[in-house]
Design a protein around this ligand. Sequence first.
Ligand code: BES
Ligand code: ZN
Ligand code: ZN
Length: 511
Amino acid sequence: MDTRLLFQDPATFTTPLLAAFAVDIATGKDAEPLVALMTTSDAISNAAARVLGAGEFKATLGETLLLHAPSGLKAERLLIVGVGKVKTLSVNEIRKGAGTAIRALKPRGLRELAIALPEDHALSDEHLESLPCLLMSRALVEGAELAEVDYDTYRSDRKDLSVQALTVLASESDKMTRAEIQSGFEEGLILAAAQNFTRSLVNEPGNVLTPTVLGQRAAAMCAEVGLRCEVHSTAKLHELGMGAFWAVSQGSAEPPALIVMTYEPAGSPAGGPVLGLVGKGITFDTGGISIKPSEGMEKMKYDMAGAGAMIGAMRAIAQLKPAVKVIGIVCSAENMPDGKAFKPGDVVTAMSGKTIEIINTDAEGRLVLADGLHYAKTLGCTHLIDAATLTGACVIALGTLNVGLFSNDEATVESFQAGLRVSGEQFWRLPCTDDYRDQIKSQIADIMNTGKNRYGGAITAAMFLKEFVGETPWIHLDIAGCAWNDESKHWLANGPTGIAVRSITEWVRSY
Ligand code: BES
Ligand code: ZN
Ligand code: ZN
């Protein structure tokens, strides 16, 4: 999609379709909806006055209303997009509203549109504070770019419904400066492109995206945006003593890939923070010898979504150029049952020297991450964050709307959470205090790779990772519930979501 920003009155812009946002400004619990357009254009308000006056359109989130030949506008059509109640308005509603406009256009076979950047006049000062214009233009572009993509690449009967051109129409005001709108717009393009790159990786089936291919795609991306990238395989795992990572990989005909991407800004101070981004990259998880049930196993191609998130975040970081060194590490393998596969009862030695009794070969993510996290420390990382589709237990606990967040450091959690207002993604903290450690004590080795029972399975997994980060400030994100969208929404196709790319990038920018 060719997306541009113009400072022009939307009423005077010639386009097949102009979209404008509408919000319900009624206050009081049971008040009838009171719909206000988020624009100062009298021409748009006049064109929509009659239909809005009829009271049929309530401006609920994702609701749309299409007018042909709107009087007084150059546009051939006016699409009014609801973003819900003013009380709940945030960047997420703007993002979803923009996505709704794009996805409403597609089935109509239209290829071009313009969206009027929502203006502030309908909002109270209190809302404006939480929704500054930089975030507004950024969220609008993100929502539009994310909504444009469909995951039907492998269908011969796919129809090309791609939207070719989007013009964002903005006007300056005392609260919205041109420079702020412009930089929000540019950031939005970068972040959405990174997130869409992640989604394209996660969407690939296991036979296409092997660890080797994941390494190639990461390397190609790094070359494009100017990041250093090294992709290692079996020999390097042995050389580094990554016995936990290797154990997972050893049953597969596909060699593992250890991907190391480095962003080092010119003049970053020696002794300054170095951020380590570690991703679980299981390109297919059969469960191994502890094999998973057949039903739903096909979905386990997305078990590399944590790796995908880190590769996407590195892409955004390379383009946004924060003043901090960042190392992205992906541990990629295929978890297969085989004569050579690791098995329950095996004892493996991690790179850190800790011995691990394997109880269940389906708890493989924590094994590859154990070596990835320890390796990150040896490369000088002072702060660590990992992302992984780690446990079904996290999906049971939090469902599909919140990522499970675990940490050993309050300050790091705070700096991560500060960015969520911008990214709009939802995370919910779960505990990983030392009193849970008994869960992973082993009779045979230092620790075992599952808990004594199934209780608190997401926490047990986090406790296992914690063994390998030691005192280093660390955040663990269990994205198992949020990385794949089973049903399409008004504003987003079903399939991979690219969750956590924006939040991780925002966290990095806070240093
Ligand atoms: N990749 C799975 C976790 C998963 C499950 C992600 C469902 C998305 C949806 C992970 O490797 C796994 O299988 N974990 C086991 C751990 C158990 C054996 C302790 C699980 O969650 O059942
Ligand atoms: Zn597994
Ligand atoms: Zn897995």
